[in-house]
Design a protein. Sequence first.
Length: 414
Amino acid sequence: MKITGVKGMNDILPAAVGRWHEMERLAREVFHLYGYREVRTPAVEHAALFARGVGEATDIVNKEMYVFEDKGEELLALRPEGTAGTVRAFIEHGCHVEGLQKWFYIGPMFRRERPQKGRYRQFHQIGCEAFGAGQPAVDVEQIALLADLFSRLGVTTDLKLNSVGDAACRPAYLASLKGYLQGHAGALCADCRDRIERNPLRVLDCKVESCQPVLQGAPRLLDALCQGCKDHLGAVTSGLDALGVAYRLDPRLVRGLDYYTRTAYEFASDALGSQSAVAGGGRYDGLVETLGGQPTPGIGFALGQERLALILEAIGRAPPEQGPAVFFLSADEAGAKEALRRASQLRKLGIACDLDPRGGKMKTQFKQAERVGARYAVVLGGNEAASGEAKLKDLATREELPVRLDDLAERLRE
Ligand code: HAM
């Protein structure tokens, strides 16, 4: 019986991988420009890390997390996101003593969501986290970094910004929001009614049409912010204005993870349809302490690579695949040996080349040369092997020029 891949977990085939290389190359370049260093943490963590970090009441932990008992000993989880594990590593290695830390990561995440376009069960994030600075300048710098990355990729996005308050102002706001929602529960969908007690902020994010009139009339957290949060938001918006980063204040923007304080934001793209968020992030000033570390402010974001790949495809940005410089075709046994020898020499000199180990018909070998995107082809047989002379064929123009095989590397470098 044929065994298929797991639903919602995708293969990225060689023909598509160029876009992934491109986004990762640019992301690494931009992170370097902004002083972020790479961290690599495991894909598996203790399930309790996410329950405590991301929040027990969130859909991510409550409904979507892959949790398993490791041989009946420990309850582990496939990471549904990168922040909690990064914070765990930061605490475990005592990194707070090193002052401000700016880290980034690239890797797979897992959520058992209902698969649809732009939503998968294994997906990949490019993310970053900055620890140790509560100043709004970090928020501004990080949002500008992400805007910079999108602009280098030629991708147009919409930035939505909000403040979700902090321990000083959110409790009173949540109480008034709950009161309001309870008063209008009859006009809300079942999901919303279910969330009023558990996670009232998430009700604001409901997309169901019939809920919208109630949600539009709901008290706004932006109006209930304490002075500290108001000042912080004001400094973030004026910082973005100063850098020319366009944004829209969205008082109903809430995020699906519980750790956020103050700044929360999302970048969306029209090219994506219903799963329009290509990146999201925000500040989490209490998370390090919640997970057992020294009180340390933090802020970060994550970008969904599958969604970015969909956008790059939609806008027709396909970085050219880098084929080999030359492809050796063999006319006979002696030619096949010579091809292997010459290919090995060129590869040692750092020149990419390829050959068809199956030999066979010239037409088939030429097809293979074109399929792998080779720039030139050289046919080798007993005569060429003996004389050291062959023809260098430009596969684009079909032009053929004589070449001494010993000069091949030099000619290709030209
Ligand atoms: P998030 O909003 O849950 O935030 O995910 C960030 C991005 O990951 C989303 O905007 C989306 O592009 C992508 N994504 C999420 N779920 C899926 C899925 N099922 N399929 C495909 N793509 C998906 C976080 O994960 C936070 N850790 C971000 C953060 C870092 N906040 C602070 N630091």
